[in-house]
Write a protein that binds this ligand. Structure first.
Ligand SMILES: [Mg+2]
Length: 293
């Protein structure tokens, strides 16, 4: 028997570095705390990739355990959670963006009529311990990022690695409502039973690393927005993404009210809200006809 769901949840899914925050979270927190030169660190990481065949994300996660600075003074969970205060945000992110979107949702009558809810998610190749401590943590239903297993307070092995392509796994977790990593997402689930259909998703990312996620979202009828640093000219990578139609919209990462990005978000949200309301009235009318057959 079909377990048809209301499909009235809208998910906003964000990359983190370069999307909600300028730069790179490891550089802003760990490197500054340890006095590490980012060029040297990333060169070592690339060396592991090119000389030993390491996957990009695993290479940096290995160095954060085995590099001499971390051997001498290992990272700890409490240290990472303390360092999260150093993470900067793009304009508006920590200054009312989430509340403003909630107000916008309340201003559209169909939201209350159809019980539509908005949820926020992060999928990042950065570190979960840092993201769990950020000041905007409370707005997110779930954050997926790289995680270590700790033994006696020291990271011993990465227990979850998130890179460009396996980011898409987490889109399917949100889609099927199977958010816990222990839940398998491989079984078939009919479209009408999925908690958040892709057409109700908006993915926001900043670069080539987001292309696999944007492609999945786009092909499945969802919405992808590419953002770039508002303080810089449009970077070449974004021009390429525009030319290759990797996203439906492009905007500076400015989350303040009346910015281009927020206007695009409002329009996209309205499109999704009206589509949910339209489907809901279509379902109600066919129910009515069946009852009066
Ligand atoms: Mg990014």
């Amino acid at each position: 028997m079909s377990k048809k769901t209301k499909q009235n949840i809208i998910a906003l899914v964000y990359d983190f570095d370069g999307t909600l925050s300028p730069g790179n979270m490891q550089e802003e927190t760990i490197f500054k705390y340890y006095g590490i030169d980012k060029k040297i660190f990333w060169a070592k990481s690339q060396k592991l990739v090119h000389e030993k065949g390491y996957e990009q994300t695993l290479a940096y996660l290995k160095l954060l355990i085995t590099d001499p600075a971390f051997k001498k003074r290992p990272l700890t969970k409490p240290m990472l959670q303390k360092l999260c205060g150093q993470v900067p945000y793009y304009p508006g992110v920590a200054e009312g963006y989430f509340e403003q979107l909630e107000r916008f949702m309340r201003s559209v009558p169909e939201v209350a009529e159809c019980g539509i809810m908005l949820e926020h998610y992060i999928i990042s190749s950065g570190l979960k311990e840092i993201l769990d401590g950020i000041s905007i943590r409370k707005y997110f239903k779930k954050i997926y990022a790289c995680e270590y297993d700790y033994d006696h307070g020291k990271p011993v092995f990465p227990k979850l690695v998130i890179n460009d392509t396996n980011k898409t796994q987490f889109l399917f977790r949100i889609n099927k409502g199977k958010l816990a990593l222990s839940e398998s997402i491989n079984q078939h689930m009919p479209e009408e039973e999925r908690r958040v259909p892709f057409r109700n998703m908006i993915y926001i990312g900043d670069g080539i690393t987001d292309v696999p996620s944007m492609t999945v979202i786009d092909k499945a009828g969802g919405n992808a927005i590419a953002v770039y640093d508002p303080c810089r000219r449009v970077p070449r990578k974004v021009k390429t993404m525009v030319a290759e139609k990797r996203a439906q919209h492009f905007a500076p990462a400015d989350f303040r009210p009346d910015s281009l990005l927020v206007k695009i978000l409002h329009r996209t949200l309205k499109k999704i809200i009206y589509s949910i309301a339209y489907r809901s009235s279509s379902d109600r009318s066919s129910d009515w006809v069946q009852r009066h057959w």
